[in-house]
Write a new protein. Structure first.
Length: 400
């Protein structure tokens, strides 16, 4: 007879993991609800009262919220191989939630921490080996404002030589390239710009830019305003998609194109999730970014990813990720003629290897580089190896 995943002892181990978590106590201090966890054979009910598990037991009584999935998925959660977001994403897990979906989104950190407690209760694991810490000390950066399209735009630069323009990810800003400015400014003029409404750039009067084409047009005007002659363009995530669009719009305009965690087609977040960013965007991105961070990322760099993302505003989050989710330039990739490198972290489950390989297959002569154990934010998570890959590519394609 098949046995279930959930037992009283396992439930008690989850209770102990939650009780030992300062973050859980702070987050769930005013949270009360009975939640059923089930694998179809066995189930437990966690009765949470103001963050404390007042009772843990089995039974068939009704609960307002339940999370169900096969034993295989729960075992992966316990092993730290499947987190809250992955468990609910087709192709990774097959778990389902019964209950008010808006309530779940409003309290997403509760469920994230609950799954983290299940993972921590699954036993000890071998210590992780982190990617190298950045060696370059902070460089002297110059920050400037310019007015573009009636909006004050902020950018930073360091070094001299051929220009590199760094385009940030959704809900982030130029700060994500601080290690790139420090490492590559010895031979290049490295520029990182805050898109309108991001970082220190002012919000346009008409509101956030609505799609990636609007971002592309902004960056083209920024390049012209700075009189950059065939710059290298680097982008990450939303910015990784954006540099591909820029290269396709003006073939031959760029000395090199480096797309990090980008692809020519990124379907993803549906309208409900995008709308929930307006309700609880900071918690959603705080937890989602942890899901997308690689296993070789040190805790301090993982915290920096969260901190950078959570400085954004909900309207920017929704506009950026809405543009990212609606991006499809597959038919334009054949127009790219500039040297192109696609960089992907092996632990980034949002942008798959299949997506990157398919994109590379549509760009003649393009190259693909993989950063082991790195997630969706390689220049923050793994700056040493990221900068080495970029420098190697530029050494072969850009005359200094």
């Amino acid at each position: 007879m098949e046995t279930g995943f959930w037992t009283f002892d396992r439930a008690e181990a989850v209770r102990a993991a939650l009780d030992s978590s300062r973050e859980w106590r702070a987050t769930a201090k005013y949270f009360s609800m009975a939640i059923r966890l089930s694998d179809g054979i066995s189930s437990i009910i966690l009765d949470i009262r103001n963050g404390a598990l007042s009772t843990v037991g089995t039974g068939d009584r009704e609960t307002a919220m339940s999370v169900s999935g096969p034993r295989r998925d729960w075992e992966q959660v316990a092993a730290g191989e499947l987190d809250w977001f992955q468990a609910l994403t087709p192709g990774y897990g097959v778990m389902t939630v019964e209950g008010d979906p808006v309530f779940v989104m409003r309290n997403v950190k509760i469920f994230w921490l609950l799954f983290d407690a299940i993972a921590r209760s699954g036993g000890t694991r071998p210590p992780r080996q982190f990617s190298p810490a950045p060696l370059s000390p902070p460089c002297a950066r110059t920050g400037r404002y310019l007015e573009l399209d009636g909006t004050d735009i902020y950018y930073e630069e360091a070094g001299s030589g051929p220009a590199i323009l760094c385009i940030h990810a959704a809900s982030q800003d130029s700060l994500m390239y601080r290690h790139v400015l420090a490492a590559l400014s010895d031979r290049y003029r490295v520029i990182a710009v805050d898109a309108p409404g991001h970082g220190k750039s002012m919000m346009p009067e008409r509101g956030p830019l609505s799609d990636l084409t609007a971002h592309a047009e902004f960056n083209e005007r920024f390049i012209e305003r700075l009189s950059l002659d065939r710059p290298v363009i680097i982008g990450c995530s939303m910015g990784g998609n954006l540099v591909l669009e820029l290269a396709a719009r003006r073939p031959g305009r760029y000395a090199a194109v480096i797309s990090c965690e980008g692809a020519d087609h990124t379907p993803g977040l549906d309208d409900f999730v995008l709308d929930m960013l307006m309700v609880n965007g900071h918690q959603l991105l705080e937890c989602y970014s942890q899901s997308l961070t690689g296993k070789r990322t040190s805790p301090d760099r993982a915290r920096e990813v969260i901190w950078q993302l959570c400085r954004s505003t909900p309207d920017i989050m929704r506009a950026d990720l809405g543009g990212y989710a609606g991006f499809d330039k597959r038919t334009a990739m054949g127009d790219i003629i500039d040297p192109t490198l696609l960089i992907r972290g092996s632990d980034d489950w949002l942008v798959t290897q299949q997506q990157v390989d398919a994109t590379a297959g549509r760009i003649a002569g393009s190259e693909v580089a993989i950063l082991d154990g790195t997630g969706h934010y390689p220049m923050i998570e793994n700056p040493v190896e990221f900068n080495a890959v970029v420098r190697s590519f530029l050494n072969r394609h850009v005359i200094v």
